[in-house]
Design a protein around this ligand. Sequence first.
Ligand code: PLP
Length: 395
Amino acid sequence: MISEKMKPYVKNNSAIRMMFEEGNRLRAKYGADKVFDFSLGNPSVPAPDSVRKAIIELVNTTDPTVLHGYMSNAGFEDVRQTIAESLNRRFDTKFSAKNLIMTVGAASGLNVILKTILNPGEEVIVFAPYFLEYGAYVRNYDGVLVEISPDTTTFQPNLAEFEQKITPKTRAVIVNTPHNPTGVVYSEETIKKLSAILEAKQKEFGTVIYLISDEPYRELAYDGVEVPYLTKYYNNTVVGYSYSKSLSLPGERIGYLVIPDEADGSEELISAATIANRTLGCVNAPSLIQKVVAKCVDAKTDLAAYDKNRQALYDGLKECGFECIKPQGAFYLFVKSPVEDEKAFCEAGKKYNILMVPGSSFACPGYVRLAYCVSYETIVNSLPEFKKLAAEYGL
Ligand code: PLP
């Protein structure tokens, strides 16, 4: 009954659903405190209190026909202007309201921009490991996903292979930094090299290649590391931002796209993306929460809580003998599986009530992802279990 296009997604989804159900089964059997579920990227830190206060104030003081009404498909103008000014202060950019389109989270922002730019058969390059939904988003518009294999020493993008795989059909490149699933932050050196390659290829082929910066984890960066703002390095950059992690609002579905004036065809892109927002069925981003994020434009999540988890889990796993690159951002650790078949390793973890996501779910087998957006106690209590798991592999 369902379309051919949907069938592979339904098949893949059952693996994710099985993991979710496994977590619930283990929690029901052993109690929530005995299950070490590192599978979900759902923020464990609550939204800042300023979010709650902003919701109450807005509901109490704003005309409901405005607060809950339709607005321009790009979002409230005052909200977009407030965010643009905040970006300008932070990154020395020159955006105004017209450069921003409020979206239903990063997922919808990516769909909007891909719908806006992709013709059937055009290619979108991604760097493994990557958020697997990118493949679905690109295929939504009959694009072709082109994967670059991982550099497993640094998990910075493999630029030599990248350069070779750009073709006259390359329409866009998606990067994600801070990165899911490795926690790596792409260095300024990486960004400069990547931009230079793109500039050269645009010239060589006489094409326009958009760099899509998917940045739901921008604010989650540790050790004072800088996360370069990509529009400053490459003119044809489009930023897809989300408040899902930065303000712990994933269920509220709010984010934005930035399309700078410097991007080729900027005006046309902005108006087409605004229409795409509508025709994709989002119409506009949710109205109340648009106003909330504008009021909380300088609010910050409790980064120290994630940092404490990061240190404890990283140190604990290293002590067990596991291999892992120390993440500088997001809330994930990407651990090398002690055996080639990382799915077997994930299965073995379940004996100790440890739930991990296989790297093949990010196009990078041989590794597992641990989301440390859990309580600190979960991490502390999981470490003796990781020790037993490590012992099984002679670590
Ligand atoms: N991109 C990456 C890399 C993600 O990890 C996620 C969510 O986890 C998203 C996009 C989607 O985020 P949103 O909730 O803003 O749609």
